[in-house]
Design a protein around this ligand. Structure first.
Ligand SMILES: Cc1ncc(C[n+]2csc(CCOP(=O)(O)OP(=O)(O)O)c2C)c(N)n1
Length: 563
């Protein structure tokens, strides 16, 4: 029996095991919406297409499955671009379907036409324009395969309206392969043995874990390696949760707002094992002085990310999980004869001493609520079990520093692109996947206003996310830079003209709380977290609190500013 393009498309989603679609309709995509009620997907109607992509991205980060979104042509597609670039920079598997004008009108400046394939070429892993209904099923199949495999990432498929209306037999391609796309999952055993030898000889090894550990599911292998060989672990923002944040070998995050211990460990290490991380400039600071005494090993699925920012001594192209399992199979048989309980004991004592002398700290007391205190209380009240999304700025860094992530896939944050407005829709995506878990968005008063319309999406879908606004009345992180490096010229960063967030919550049908005194932080958070409703908790915090430690942009990690 012949099906329309719209039906074939939806059959494909069924075959891919899709459960949730985040989307927003329009004329070019209306044929798919017309068929949607006949299919078993849950469709979440967002209030802005950027929200659809962030929600699909949050769903993907929290579950490890691909997130899916559906938007119309023209402005629907361009509104999605920030979300797509966000997912691209953090290697998150999202498949975006955009409506397109009918094929005969493409290139004619038709109503609501944009070349979304051209626009998103630099920020998708791959993208397609479907020009023939007979290629539709295969294209959708390839899109999911590309998004999920190798180094994951967003893939966009542009669907012209006439193709959605045309008819053809539905043939599902069971097999999928692409010439010239063969991600190298298995490590070279020679390189693995070389790494094992380097570890054996190292006196001051450090593991530097990135998001690749989480996307390949290598957390157990990483933890085995660190604990069996007594190697301290640091991670990037994307790697938080890959190693338990309450373990004695955990150093905290490294880089610009990393801990003293993590940055000192990198500075003094003789072997850095970078696993699924890409040596971002927020991590390395001044590249020439990064890990000056160390041999650098870099394990990454993407060969183009190796030697890109930093010259490494031992490249190892492989999926992180396969590489670490393979390393384990080489090391485990000789573990007893090669390593003792005391291995690296002097080094581990040294890094722990750095943690003790310069822990993450802030000045307590004074008349203001400290934002770090609020994050600590979010951690305690949630028992460390919440899924925490963040916006971007100081709120993001305090969440990364003071919430000790014990498990992976519980920290959702825009790392590479640093997208304000990410947190609320991402929290909605995660809450959709895990209706029974506590999902908290730690926000700034600036960022929360970038996708505030998604409050309605949360309320009408009964997704009881909690939004904790660390309200400092400033675009805090920019104000911090102005204070430290621009002579306190607070140009256009004051945000004290703001909506009443409590009334705003109520206007959307959510519950609003305001906290102005430290003694109310715990009772209000406790009450809000127990409510099965969307809540905004507007906490008035110290307007001029800064995030420390801080490595000034372009400086060496050794030149950290402490509190
Ligand atoms: C979409 C977008 N625009 C601008 C920026 C630049 N930026 C980075 S942090 C920041 C301030 C964020 O302020 P707020 O959300 O209030 O959080 P705070 O730093 O005060 O915690 C700005 C403007 C950005 N990251 N994203």
């Amino acid at each position: 029996m012949e099906l329309t393009g719209a039906q074939i498309f939806l059959e494909c989603l069924k075959k891919e095991g899709v459960e949730v679609v985040f989307g927003y309709p329009g004329g070019a995509i209306i044929d798919i919406y017309d068929q949607l009620p006949n299919y078993p997907f849950k469709h979440i109607l967002v209030r802005h297409e950027q929200g659809a992509v962030h929600a699909a991205d949050g769903y993907a980060r929290a579950t490890g499955e691909a997130g899916v979104c559906l938007v119309t042509s023209g402005p629907g597609a361009t509104n999605a671009v920030t979300g797509i670039a966000t997912a691209y920079m953090d290697s998150i598997p999202v498949v975006i379907f955009t409506g397109q004008v009918p094929t005969p009108l493409i290139g004619n400046d038709a109503f609501q036409e944009v070349d979304i394939v051209g626009i998103t070429r630099p920020c998708t892993k791959h993208n397609y324009l479907v020009k023939d209904i007979n290629e539709l099923a295969f294209t959708v199949r390839q899109a999911f395969y590309l998004a999920r495999s190798g180094r994951p990432g967003p893939v966009l498929v542009d669907l012209p309206k006439d193709i959605m209306q045309a008819k053809a037999e539905f043939v599902w391609p069971e097999d999928v392969s692409l010439r010239s796309y063969n991600p190298n999952l298995t490590p070279h055993i020679g390189q693995i043995k070389k790494v094992a030898k380097l570890i054996e000889k190292a006196e001051r090894p450090v593991i530097y874990a990135g998001g690749g550990v989480i996307s390949s599911g290598a957390e157990d292998e990483l933890t085995w390696l660190a604990k069996s060989l007594n190697i301290p672990v640091t991670a990037t923002l994307m790697g938080l949760g890959a190693f338990p944040g309450d373990d004695p070998l955990w150093l905290g995050m490294l880089g610009m707002h990393g801990t003293y211990a993590a940055n000192m460990a990198i500075n003094n290490s003789d072997l850095v094992l970078a696993i699924g991380a890409r040596f971002d400039d927020r991590v390395t600071g001044k590249v020439d002085t990064f890990a000056p005494k160390a041999t650098l090993v870099h394990i990454d699925i993407d060969p183009t990310s190796i030697q890109k920012n930093v010259a490494v001594h031992v490249p190892l192209v492989a999926d992180c999980k396969s590489a670490l399992s393979s390393l384990k199979s080489v090391i485990e048989p000789i573990l007893d004869q090669t390593y003792s309980e005391d291995s690296h004991a002097v080094w581990v004592r040294q890094v722990q001493q750095w943690s003790e002398t310069h822990p993450l700290r802030y000045n307590k007391g004074g008349s203001f609520i400290k934002p770090q205190y609020v994050v600590e209380k979010v951690y305690e009240i949630s028992n460390g079990d919440a899924i925490v999304a963040t916006e971007v700025g100081q709120n993001q860094m305090w969440a990364a520093q003071f919430y000790k992530f014990k498990k992976s896939k519980s920290f959702l944050s825009s790392g590479g692109l640093g997208t304000m407005g990410y947190g609320l829709p991402a929290a909605i995506g995660a809450q959709m996947a895990f209706p029974d878990r506590l999902v908290v968005n730690i926000a700034g008063d600036g960022s929360i206003q970038m996708n505030i319309q998604e409050l309605m999406t949360a309320v009408c879908n009964d997704l009881p996310v909690k939004i904790v606004i660390l309200n400092n009345g400033y675009l805090g992180m920019v104000r911090q830079w102005q204070e430290l490096f621009y002579n306190r010229n607070y140009c256009e960063t004051c945000m004290d003209a703001q909506p009443d967030f409590v009334k705003l919550a109520e206007a959307y049908g959510a519950v609003g709380f305001r906290v102005t005194e430290e003694k109310d932080v715990v009772p209000v958070l406790t009450e809000a977290f127990a409510l099965p409703k969307v809540c905004i908790i507007d906490v008035r915090v110290d307007p001029e609190e800064n995030v420390y430690p801080m490595v000034p942009a372009g400086a060496s990690l050794a030149d950290m500013l402490l509190v």
